[in-house]
Structures are given as structure tokens and as C-alpha cells.
Design a binder for this molecule. Sequence first.
Ligand code: NAD
Length: 506
Amino acid sequence: MILEYPFGRFFCLYAASTGSSFQLVGTVMMLESMEQTNEYNLGIRAVFRKQKTHALKLRYSTCEDRLAKLKKLKQAILDNRQEMCEAAYADFRKTPAEVEFAEIFAVLSQLNTAISRLRKWMKPRHVSSGLVLLGTKGHIRYEPKGTALIISPWNYPFTISFGPLVSAIAAGNTAIIKPSEMTPHMSSMIRRIIESIFDEEEVAVFEGGIETSTALLELPFDHIFFTGSTMVGKIVMTAAAKNLSSVTLELGGKSPTIIDKTADIKKTARNLAWSKFLNNGQTCISPDHVYVHEDIIDEFCAAMEERVQRVYGKTIADQSVNPDYCRIVNQNHFERLSALIDDAVQGGAEVVFGGETGPDHFIAPTLLRNVDHNSAIMQQEIFGPVMPVCPYTDIDRVIAEINSRPKPLALYIFSGDKQFIKHVISRTSAGGTCINTSIVQFAQDNLPFGGVNDSGIGKAHGEFGFQAFSNERAVLHDQFSMGHMLYPPYTPKVRKLIRAVMRFHS
Ligand code: NAD
């Protein structure tokens, strides 16, 4: 211990010699914490080594082996439904109904898809051979990458920890999960569920914050599946580059919504009042800000107010005690969001409804109009129950604004005009798009889920998730090919043959 921390020892002796007990206690505490951190890191490394060894065995794991693990995970989640809801409520008053469908159901759906399709996904894909390779047979074999690291955020801890785990197990990997430190009850629940069904050489969980992530990111994982902010995504990718670990980055950003004048306003408001205020707006694919055609903006704002009052209560007092309305996760985010509202209002934004804050990190469902496009709320991901509504008349100016920003994770279009929808989709880029609905793309396992550049790299869910954790190994088997006829020495006869092949391909 002392040998490992010579400076710590020096300060300890210095503190003792100056008789400063405060300094001494502080230094001893620092040394103890370093010792604990060191022990923890040693624990991480030991588990990582075990998983690396075990991963070699999983290379030849059968579909049945993997199905057995997926079924075990499914049963453990079903057995712990109640406790999962309680943990989520303890962290930020997540309402049990939303935990059931946006966390538990979301994972069960991914588990069911994997269980029913794994055999097909694992099958080698045969490819045809061209003329030159006539007599050979080629196929793609989906082999496990090996040992995977899954780092998850706090907003949907169960979905975003267990979801990638389903893909990792289906693809035959071992995995270490690092859930978020911001939702300790849910993170500890994740650890307990995993520990109850898996040996640590197969799946392990390390709770902790940045220091735990950093220690894990030093290790040469075969794949890193990170979900979180774009800023931390860059840190993860930099760390992964040191070991050339492949990455899937599921990141954030601002997801715009466009409402055309042909949209069904009532239906649109019903949908957005749900998707924006679900989880208190703390959803990566939540509609961030909304562009509404000027002709219908008054009607849209009124429809939103009517809908929000119907769902969450007429007054702020009603809304603050509504058990279906959860809370901002912590004081930092509460202050960040309060400052965003204040800044927008000072910049001339009109509060259509909401804007109030209260104890226990309560922020009322809020709609802002006439927001300055250069204000902070229009620059950063909002990630809270605040919806800026911007009028437009010329859709191409909206498209230009969207294209001037990082490519979004989601772009939503509400319109009854097919040409309009086509126009917007073909001139923008986004990880995913829904038309006349929002956020439900997450539940469609047959579609790839993920961002593009700033909003993410790589895709997840269903077969796309399975492939993210698999190496597509190219296998070519020579049976009776004639390739050797083109080998040197390049006699006139061989050159003639090469020319014939060239002619065939030109
Ligand atoms: P975050 O990036 O702060 O943290 C995510 C994880 O990274 C946590 O486990 C955290 O401990 C770890 N981490 C934080 N700082 C780190 C560092 N410096 N080095 C290494 N690890 C570090 O994100 P968050 O606040 O937990 O989650 C919110 C963000 O996640 C939002 O931007 C949201 O859009 C995004 N998100 C994206 C998706 C998606 O599927 N694309 C899903 C959910 C959330």
C-alpha cells in the first residue's frame, strides 16, 4: 500500500510531524479511498480476465446454450417486476405504469424477439462466388466478438442495461455492465438481478461513477456498447481507440418535430403530450422542440394545453401531486432546466403554460412560444418537460436549420401530405423518423435503432443488436476452383487467360 502511494505516505508523515490531526485524518481517508479504489479496480480486472477466458468457450456455444441464458434473464425480470418498479420510484418517482411498459415490457419484447429468432440469426449466410472464384463456396459466420462492456445512463436504466445485454448474450458474448451512479436504486437492482442468475465470468455488474467507467475503459474489451451523452460518447470512443475496441454509441441531442398545416392537430397534441412528458421529458428520443406551421400554431398550442391538463391535471397543484408525473432526476438537472426556462423567457419567449418549479425537483409541463433561435434552450438537448414551439411558413428554412445542426437521433413529422413528408425525409438525415407518431420506433425490433454521427454510431435492437455484438467472419472454402491457372509464371498462356477474365469483367 505505502509502496504504491509514496506521495500519500509522504503527506501522511508530514501531517503527523506538524501535529495537524485534521490533515492526518484527511490524508488517511484519501489513502483508504485510493486503496479501496485500487482494490475495486483489481476486482474489475480479475473479473475481466475471467470473462476473457470464458469467452473462448462461448465461441462454440450453441443456440440452446444462449436461449437458456435469455430465458433465465426473462424469468428473473418477471420475478422482480415489483421490486424494479419500487426502485424506479425511489430514484425519481418514476411511475410504475411507465416502468412496466417503457422498461420492463421494452426488455421483454427484445427478449421475446431474440428467443424466437436467434436460431435464424445464428445461421451462416451463404454468398455466391463470381467467375474467378468458381469452385469455391463462401459464407458469413456470425461469431461472438468476445467480452463486451455495456455502459448505461440513468433515464431508462433497465431498458438500456438489459436491452444491449440481450443482444450480447444472443451473440454469445460475456458482458460487464456499468449502470449509472445517478439512479442508485435501479443500478443496485440491476446488479442483484444479474448476480442472482449469472456467474461473474459470464455477466457481471460494476456500480460506480466516472472512476469505475474510466477503469473499465482502460481494458481491451472486444466491444463497447455505450449509451449516454454525446460529450461522454467522445470520451468513450477515444478510450476505445487505444485498444481498437469496436463501439456502438447510442447518444443524445436535439430531436426536432415538424407539424405541417395538414396534420391532425388533436391527434398530434395527444401524441406529443404523451411522448414529451413521459419520464418527465428525460427520454433520448423525446421530441425536443417543435416547428409548427404558422396557420395552425394557435390551435396546436390550445390543443396541447387542453391535453396536458386532461392528463396531468388542470392546475400546477394538481400536476405536482399527480402520481403519473415523475421528477427531474437530481438537483443539477433541475437547476439546468430552470435556468433554460429563465433564459428563454428573458430572451422574449412567451410561456403558453407551465414554467413553474417546485420542491422535490418538480418542473411543470411547459410550452414556450416565440423562442429566440439563438437561446440556450434551442442550442442544447433539453432533456426535460419543456417544449419550445417555433412557427414557420417556409419548410425549406426549417430544413436548413435542421441541417445546420448535428444530425438528430430522431426527426418526427406530423402531416397528412405525402409529398410534404417525402420532401422533408429526402432533404434531412436522422437516426430514425416517425410519421404522425413519436418515440414508438424504439419498440419496433425489426427496425435498426440508433443515431448518426453526433447522435450515435452503430445500430441496436433485434437482429441489428445481434450483429453489433457479432463479428461477421468471412469463410471461403475452395472445393474445385481453377484460380491456380492464373498463378505465375506469367507465361503468354497465363496472360491470355488473365486478359480473357478482364474482358469478361469489363
Ligand atoms: P452520461 O453520458 O452523463 O452518462 C452515461 C454513462 O457514462 C453513465 O454510466 C456515467 O457514469 C458514464 N460517464 C459519465 N461521465 C463519464 C466519463 N467522463 N468517462 C466515462 N464514463 C462516464 O449520460 P446520462 O446523463 O446518464 O444520460 C443522458 C444522455 O444519454 C442524454 O444525452 C440522452 O439523450 C442520452 N441517451 C441516449 C439514448 C440512446 O439510445 N441514444 C438513450 C438514453 C439516453
